[in-house]
Design a protein around this ligand. Structure first.
Ligand code: PLP
Length: 408
């Protein structure tokens, strides 16, 4: 008899985007003529840049020849991409990594979930609140979350991010085994500076904590003094695994490519008292469960590092960041309290008059025909906020702001 992994039964349905769709549909039925603009969109919308397209076409043509055909590739990724990553994403920022520390994947979501196979199920976990839901759900699936009491998991520490702490959580005053950090942050759009990030690294070194650092939005950083990688902090290679993705950087949400960094210096304790390197274990895990990212996707990712590729990718990011700037300025002028949007494509807006996230969502929908994402959908600390994204079309963005202004 096959028995189910009953940890899966503990998962709550991911209601957030379904609930939003339901409410928007209800509005559309009663207002058939209204033109609804979404500022809640969580996917990029600009097309792939020419340098990437060219590289993909070339790779496809190669695949159609006997000499250029590529079957199974190395599970860890092709050297051409791993070398380009080491050189452009790290060496250029003064971080020395070896290509054997880079594991190319099919996007950061898979590995932020998969990585926790490397550590025992009974480690405790710390997450920020609000949060990208994958971090908690993947831990529930493996049985690490404990029991749910009043919407919170007993073995998970929720680290509040709020106005008072500048959306950088305070370091727990007790020992947590594993900590997830994501900067620039989804959903708050806030970043962490070197001094604050150093505190986390120091805490991790001192207390033997493993940090999972999600850098999916690093390409949106505009300020020179904000770190793009946790490895810019001395000692971080001993304690942190980092996740990158071409999804938001270069519009690869439909292409699928990212990478995970597992430094050789990183070790974790075993019950036998010895310390073990995670790099060879992750390699072993990938070789067993993953057969590599497609050659075409990897050539596409490589093209983002050519001089034209870099310039073109930057143009797209500038487009989204100009949207973010316009949104931020207009909302601030209207009197809203706005966080984020300066080094990230997300704006975290405080609801006026102490409205709940969902109340303001409905008011915005019915008053301005604009859709946002209620902050509470990302965790209890998101209550009283909404998330706006700058991934939309410029004209639509401007029109949405005009409508909000008129409605207000
Ligand atoms: C979008 C996103 C990712 C990237 O996911 P992919 O699987 O690479 O598309 C990772 N982390 C966060 C927080 C995200 O918002």
């Amino acid at each position: 008899m096959a028995l189910i992994n009953d940890h899966f039964l503990k998962l709550t349905k991911n209601y957030l985007f379904a609930d939003i769709a339901k409410k928007v549909n209800a509005f559309k039925v009663t207002h058939p003529k209204a033109d609804v603009i979404s500022l809640g969109i969580g996917d990029v919308t600009r097309p792939l840049v020419p340098a990437v397209l060219e590289a993909m076409h070339k790779a496809v043509d190669e695949m159609g020849t006997v000499e250029g055909f590529h079957g199974y590739g190395p599970e860890e990724g092709y050297d051409f991409l791993r070398e380009a990553i080491v050189k452009n994403d790290f060496l250029a920022r003064g971080v020395k990594l070896d290509k054997s520390e880079i594991f190319v994947n099919d996007g950061a979501k898979s590995d932020t979930g998969n990585i926790q196979e490397l550590v025992r199920w009974d480690n405790s976990v710390g997450v920020t609140d609000p949060i990208y839901p994958v971090y908690i759900d993947s831990n529930i699936m493996i049985g690490r979350a404990g029991v749910n009491v009043d919407g919170k998991w007993s073995n998970i520490t929720y680290m509040h991010c709020n106005e008072a702490n500048g959306f950088i959580p305070s370091i727990p005053d007790y020992k947590v085994d594993i900590i997830y950090l994501c900067y620039p942050n989804n959903p708050t759009g806030m970043v962490i500076n070197r001094a604050e990030l150093k505190k986390w690294v120091d805490y991790a070194i001192k207390n033997d904590v493993l940090i999972f650092y999600d850098a999916a939005y690093e390409a949106y950083i505009q300020d020179d003094d904000i770190p793009h990688s946790i490895y810019e902090i001395r000692g971080a290679k001993k304690v942190a695994i980092e996740f990158h993705s071409y999804s938001k950087t270069a519009g690869f949400t439909g292409i699928r490519c990212g990478y995970t960094v597992v430094p050789k210096e990183l070790t974790v304790a075993g019950l036998d008292g010895n310390r073990y390197e995670l790099n060879p274990l992750w390699d072993r895990r990938q070789c067993t469960k993953f057969n590599g990212t497609s050659y075409i996707s990897q050539r596409a990712a490589e093209a983002t590092y050519s001089p034209e590729g870099k310039r073109q990718v930057k143009e797209v990011i500038d487009y989204y960041m100009t949207n973010a700037k316009l949104m931020r300025e207009a909302l601030v002028e209207m009197g809203y309290t706005v966080y984020g949007g300066q080094n990230a494509p997300y704006l975290w807006v405080k609801t006026p008059n102490n409205e709940t996230s969902w109340e303001f969502f409905e008011h915005l929908l019915y008053g301005a025909h604009v859709v946002c994402t209620p902050g509470v959908g990302f965790g209890p600390a998101g209550e009283g906020y909404i998330r706006l994204t700058s991934f939309g079309d410029r004209e639509k963005c401007i029109e949405a702001l005009e409508r909000i202004k008129k409605w207000k």
